[in-house]
Each structure stands twice: as C-alpha cells, then as structure tokens.
Design a protein around this ligand. Structure first.
Ligand code: SAM
Length: 263
C-alpha cells in the first residue's frame, strides 16, 4: 500500500525508468545516492551500473525490504532516515563527490533542493523527478509567467535543465499532476553574493506581490535612488530581473545595512 504522507507514487513504466538512467549515465565508480528508493524501481537498474549505491528511505516497511535486499548484495547501502536530515557532507566525505538521483516525494522537493544546494557537501549533479510545475518554475526565463523566487534562488546556486515530462500513468498510484525530470548542476554563480541570507530575503520580498514595482516591494531594503544606483529601474516588476540584478541589489542593501549599524 502506498503511503500518502510519504508522497509514495511508485514508477512502473519501463521506458521512463530507462530514460532516467540513460540521462544520468552513471559510471561504475560514481558516488551515487538515491533518495526515496521505495520499492526499487530505479534502484535495481542503477545497481546494474554502479559498484556501490547508497539509498535513503524513511518508510520502515520499505526499509526492511531494502535491508533484506542489501543483505544479499554488498553494493547496496541502506540509510534509514529523513532525506531532509541527512548529513550529506559526511556522506560525501565517506563516498566522494555525490551524484544524487530520485523520484522525490513532492511534499519535500523544494526544502530538499535548498538543503542540498546550501549544504557543504560536494555535489556533482542531481537528477530528480519533480512536479512539472516546479520544474517549469526552476527553469523559467525572465519575464515569463513561471519566473519567480524559485527560479532566482536556484539560478544563484546551480544550473537547472528540464529533461523530459512524465504523465501520471507512469506511476502507481498516479499523482494528480504532470511530473518532469530535471538535472540540477550546482555551480558558483558568475556574480558575487555578499550575504546569502539577505539575498534570499530580498528575492522573497520582491516576488511576494508580483504586481508591485521594485520600488514598492523593496522599500524595507532600498529606496528608489539606491535601486537606480544599481543600474536598475525602480519602476520595473521583479520578473524582469536576472539573478545577477538581484545580487547587485542585495549587495547594496548589505552595504547600507553595515554602514547603518556603524553610524
Ligand atoms: N523511487 C521509487 C519509485 O520511483 O518508484 C519511489 C518514489 S516515491 C515518489 C517517494 C519515495 O520517497 C517513497 O519511497 C517514500 O517512502 C520516500 N520518502 C518520502 N519522504 C521521505 C523522506 N523525507 N526521506 C527519505 N525518503 C522519503
């Protein structure tokens, strides 16, 4: 029985499973980690390709099955627990720079993504099945309807590439929405962010009311003159700005804050 609270939708369509494995293209010595292996739809084909696979699962019943599988196959390592609470840096120290893969429970996908992008662990890439709507927002172009806080927060930390869409019928039970597989490659942006927390707060404020101009939305961080000093028109709406523009605004706000605290 699939457990709703753990977001369980098990993949059964062979073509989709093969496509994920082929896009991931694992090498035998990759430090591959699967999040939410469930009944092993991806786990088994992955085990055919790598020397060692770590899987992180929260559901006790599924863990018991995975552990009995691991008892017969030393290449499989079962990590019982919540993927949001795993120490990925320690895992990478043990296994090497990580490659992550998973058909994620949709209720934890955004917090997990940010926990991973903010973690000190070296991560080569992540291939995740997510709600299509989330992937559309992660990969949106400035000015488009889907462009927003998620797009900018991801762009400041990684390159996100939508790979292919998956219809509900590929899962059992079928989810209510379309899904999509995304490749996320962490990378340092080609601009500087002096205060990551302030950057996130400013981006959140900018998009909290999309119809507001920057001047109105960012009032508690910067006045119109300061926005103009960053070469940005304060009358623009936030969806017109690239991540680098937000970085300039956040760096200016950080400088003003520091100057204010030494007055
Ligand atoms: N990979 C399997 C497949 O494709 O058929 C299962 C995918 S299912 C969408 C999500 C899986 O993640 C389930 O096995 C669920 O128990 C597990 N899961 C849910 N929340 C989790 C969490 N916080 N940490 C680790 N695993 C979790």
């Amino acid at each position: 029985m699939a457990r709703k609270r753990f977001g369980q939708h098990f993949l059964h369509e062979r073509g989709v499973i093969d496509r994920i494995v082929s896009m991931l293209a694992p090498a035998a010595d990759d430090a591959l980690v699967e999040i939410g292996p469930g009944q092993g739809a991806l786990t088994e084909p992955l085990l055919e390709r790598v020397d060692r696979l770590s899987v992180i699962e929260i559901d006790r019943d599924l863990i018991a099955e995975l552990e009995s599988r691991a008892a017969r196959d030393s290449r499989l390592e079962v990590i019982a627990g919540d993927a949001l609470r795993i120490d990925y840096a320690a895992l990478a120290e043990r296994r090497g720079p990580l490659r992550l893969v998973g058909n994620l429970p949709y209720n934890i996908s955004s917090p997990l993504l940010f926990a991973l992008l903010g973690s000190a662990a070296p991560i080569i890439d992540m291939h995740f099945m997510l709600q299509k709507e989330v992937v559309d927002r992660m990969t949106a172009e400035p000015g488009s309807r889907d462009y927003g806080r998620l797009t900018v927060s991801v762009a400041a930390r990684a390159h996100a590439q939508a790979l292919f869409d998956v219809a509900p019928g590929a899962f059992n039970p079928p989810p209510k929405v379309m899904s999509s597989v995304v490749r996320v490659t962490p990378r340092a942006p080609d601009f500087e962010i002096h205060d990551g927390q302030l950057f996130d707060q400013l981006v959140t404020a900018a998009f909290s009311q999309r119809r507001k101009t920057l001047r109105n939305a960012l009032g508690r961080f910067l006045d119109a003159q300061a926005i103009e000093a960053c070469n940005i028109d304060p009358m623009l709406r936030p969806e017109r700005l690239a991540a680098a523009d937000f970085a300039r605004l956040a760096n200016r706000a950080s400088k003003e804050k520091r100057a204010g605290s030494t007055d």
